[in-house]
Design a binder for this molecule. Structure first.
Ligand code: HAM
Length: 424
């Protein structure tokens, strides 16, 4: 048996990788505009980090982490998400002391979850995420959501649905927690063993259970929205007010709970509404995580962020059939005829590239017709044709593949003439 790539992973090949690069470039541009700065953290972290932040009753921690002991006996985990590492780094590097607050960070890189692979769900996937740490102004919640929406829209997505909810503050959550326990306790025996464990530890997680989601008790489970205290309500209203003033459409969904434990107040997801997008429609998820810095051993610093995967982003672009400005074709292909001419094109090609053009030549000793075919495949804008005879006469022919026009140029001044013509 030949060796194949691991289940749930993909190779991103030339032809596809350009889409990735385009999204990555756009994400960086938008972060620059919104003033978020890149942070790069390790791909593995101490396992405890995720237990404390993502939460030990979540599916991610219980079932999906790639955890291993290194040779020194330390338990390490391939990061399943980026918030924990970013907040760990914020605390470790005392970014709470930076003059500019909140600290606005972004990251892009692979995350790892041992999930059942299917369309849009991988075991290694790339997240782009942002985190704004150090402010609990609801305007920053709106900014974070606006950043994600701008990225999708600027890439050409139209069929988007933004769903927001509030998970409230500590007191609201405590009241909700008690209501959930009262609701589920009498019939908890009908639920899966995970849910039975969650009842006391973290009953909100029951709402997130994939196995029991059709149980009748789920339908009328107490909703957090009915347990928000005044402060939480005011906060949530402000976020909605700001979103409206930014012209961002949204729906409130009181069932949106998110699959990670660190959230409170604002929680949101952006889905694709595109036809044929498939079962998994969530493109982006995020929310507020006041209290997480303390959990990781730092001082209080309220935060909010989101993450989206490039894989699902591309799936949404494909589902909406968005045409991306991808392959523009190369600037010049050099066709040669004869041994001396062939030798000469080695240097000529280099000069074209040094002058800033994308250029290519033949490396397979192909006949002239096949060289032209290669130029077509590369969508060359121009083809420069050099034969031994032209070389002797110090000439070269340049053909515009657009107009079909051909022009003879002096070989000595070819780069200058080509540049002038190209810029025209
Ligand atoms: P999450 O909802 O677990 O949140 O993941 C965010 C996004 O990552 C999802 O909406 C989806 O686009 C993508 N994603 C997750 N799992 C997979 C997978 N197996 N295959 C492909 N894409 C996937 C978080 O990770 C939080 N850290 C987000 C956040 C940042 N909250 C605050 N700051």
């Amino acid at each position: 048996m030949s060796i194949r790539l691991p289940r749930g992973t993909q190779d991103i090949l030339p032809g596809d990788v350009e889409k990735w690069q385009l999204i990555e470039k756009k994400a960086r541009e938008i972060c620059e505009k919104f003033q978020y700065h890149e942070i790069r953290t390790p791909i593995f972290e101490q396992t405890d980090l995720f237990l404390r932040s993502v939460g030990d009753t979540t599916d991610i921690v219980q079932k999906e982490m790639y955890t291993f002991d290194d040779r020194g006996g330390r338990s390490l985990t391939l990061r399943p998400e980026g918030t924990a590492s970013t907040v760990r780094s914020f605390v470790e590097h005392k970014m709470f002391g930076y003059a500019n607050q909140p600290v606005k960070l972004y990251y892009m890189g692979p995350m790892f979850r041992y999930e059942r692979p299917q369309a849009g769900r991988y075991r290694q996937f790339v997240q782009f995420g942002v985190e704004a740490i150090g402010s609990d102004d609801p305007a920053i919640d709106a900014e974070v959501i606006a950043l994600a929406m701008s990225l999708y829209k600027e890439m050409g997505l139209k069929k988007l649905k933004l769903v927001v909810n509030s998970l409230g503050d500590k007191d609201s959550r405590q009241a909700h927690r008690e209501a959930l326990i009262n609701h589920f306790q009498p019939r908890i025996g009908e639920f899966c063993s995970d849910c039975q464990n969650r009842l006391e530890k973290n009953p909100m997680r029951i709402l997130d259970c994939k196995q029991d989601r059709d149980h009748e008790l789920m339908k009328f489970a107490p909703s957090i929205i009915d347990y928000l205290n005044e402060e939480s309500k005011v906060y949530f209203n402000k976020v909605q007010q700001y979103l409206t003033s930014l012209g961002i459409e949204f729906e409130v969904d009181s069932n949106l709970v998110r699959g990670l434990d660190y959230y409170n107040h604002t929680a949101f997801e952006i889905m694709s509404d595109a036809e044929g997008f498939g079962a998994i429609t969530t493109l982006c998820g995020g929310g507020r995580y006041n209290g997480l810095t303390e959990e990781i051993g730092g001082p209080e610093a309220p935060g909010i962020g989101f993450a989206l995967s490039i894989e699902r982003f591309i799936a949404a672009l494909d589902a909406e059939k968005v045409e991306l400005p991808l392959n523009n074709g190369i600037d010049c292909y050099i066709v040669s005829l004869g041994e001396d001419a062939k030798d000469y094109t080695v240097g000529l090609l280099n000069k074209l590239r040094q002058a800033g053009f994308s250029a290519e030549r033949d490396y397979l000793d192909r006949k002239i017709k096949a060289q032209f075919k290669a130029a077509d495949r590369l969508q060359a804008k121009f083809v420069a044709i050099l034969g031994d005879d032209e070389l002797k006469a110090n000439k070269i022919n340049l053909k515009s593949m657009d107009s079909g026009e051909q022009k003879e140029m002096e070989l000595a001044s070819f780069i200058e003439e080509f540049t002038a013509l190209y810029r025209n």
